[in-house]
Every structure is written in C-alpha cells, then in structure tokens.
Write a protein that binds this ligand. Structure first.
Ligand SMILES: [Zn+2]
Length: 54
C-alpha cells in the first residue's frame, strides 16, 4: 500500500490518498491538476511513490 499526503510536498492542502501505487499516483495526478493546476508526468508521479516508502 502506498500513501500520499499533499502537505508533505509543500502544499497547504489536506488531500491524502491511499491505495496501490498505481491508484495513489493516478489520484494524486488528478488532484494536483485540478486543485493546484500542476500536471505531473507519470514518471514523476512514480518517483514520488518510490520516495515515499510507507
Ligand atoms: Zn493538494
């Protein structure tokens, strides 16, 4: 299971998502694009997940 906490990446935001790495990267990618106007590439999202060893 992976977990992504938006606040950990410097956002003033309470978004948290948990699931498989694939679910988390997809959910965060969508959230970031919609809420923060930043679109991350799949590669970048995967790197976030790798850095995030929960
Ligand atoms: Zn956020």
């Amino acid at each position: 299971m992976a977990k992504f906490v938006c606040r950990d990446y410097g956002y003033d935001c309470d978004f948290v998502t948990e699931g498989t790495e694939e679910e988390v990267s997809a959910a965060f990618g969508k959230h970031s694009e919609e809420e923060h106007g930043i679109e991350y590439s799949k590669e970048t999202l995967q790197k976030f997940m790798l850095d995030n060893n929960y």
